[in-house]
Design a protein around this ligand. Sequence first.
Ligand code: ZN
Length: 135
Amino acid sequence: MKKRIDLTGRQFGDLTVLGKAETKQKGRFWNVKCVCGNELVVKQSDLKNQVVTNCGHEETAVKEVKKAAPKKAKAPAKKTSKGTGHVGVSKVELKSGTRYKANISVDGKNKHLGTFDTLEEAVAARQEAEEQYRQ
Ligand SMILES: [Zn+2]
């Protein structure tokens, strides 16, 4: 005689076995409870072969819930300089404060025009340089 397995308390996918189910059908059936709260009767072989892993609820719905874990806020990129919206002018974060660096490309070479306390100064320097090197 085959040894009868007791699946009570075992988990199969989203289903937890509550106990043996009495049915008139052939085979062994178990009362199971789904994570969503639904209770149902599943054939033992279906449980063991993972044919049935939930009550039939929308799989995606559960996945969505699992996915809903709070997303980490994107950490701001730690750059020492970033765009200012002005060509040739970059923002530089220094310990002493924010500075603006002006650069201009002359004959393919990058020329440093200086670091300024304000964006306006840096933009002005860049514009001045543009005038100067335009010819
Ligand atoms: Zn379910």
